[in-house]
Write a protein that binds this ligand. Sequence first.
Ligand code: GDP
Ligand code: MG
Length: 163
Amino acid sequence: SKPIVAIVGRPNVGKSTLFNRIGKKRVSIVEDMPGVTRDRIYMDAEWLGHEFTMIDTGGIELETNDTMLNAIRHQAKLAIDEADVILFIVDGKTGMTNSDEEVANILRNTRKPVLLAVNKVDTIKDNHDIYEFYNLGLGDPIPVSAANILNLGDLLDAVVEQL
Ligand code: GDP
Ligand code: MG
């Protein structure tokens, strides 16, 4: 089967937007577990002849009384278990948050490749928004705009390099 690229990050950073930009078509959806509704979205994608399957981990939701933080921790752990490459998305407009640091703490403990993309860098003049994310300790942040389809080629180059 194809290598798996999991998209991880706190709500509202643009995971699903990016997922839909990169993916070709939706291939499957829902899986139920006791206490947990795993609404994982999978999609096939291809870049320069390299095929892979993407997971939008934002589709994984815990019980409603669970905290957002627990939900994203859970997503990050699932991604670590199942992915070949982890694509960690943060938001250049809001800047770094505690939730980003929480996810980064989990991702730093995997040997799997982690790519850090700063979404919502909508124009070249917003490029300075990426610098604070060096503090996450996950390497060079890659600026992208899922909305404006900016720099997605560079991001995908970095992804397929790790497959
Ligand atoms: P998710 O919760 O991480 O899946 O985030 P969504 O993909 O649902 O996007 C959250 C919000 O951010 C939506 O209002 C999107 O339209 C917006 N958004 C997504 N990508 C971009 C981007 O590149 N630039 C800007 N300015 N907004 C974006
Ligand atoms: Mg989403």
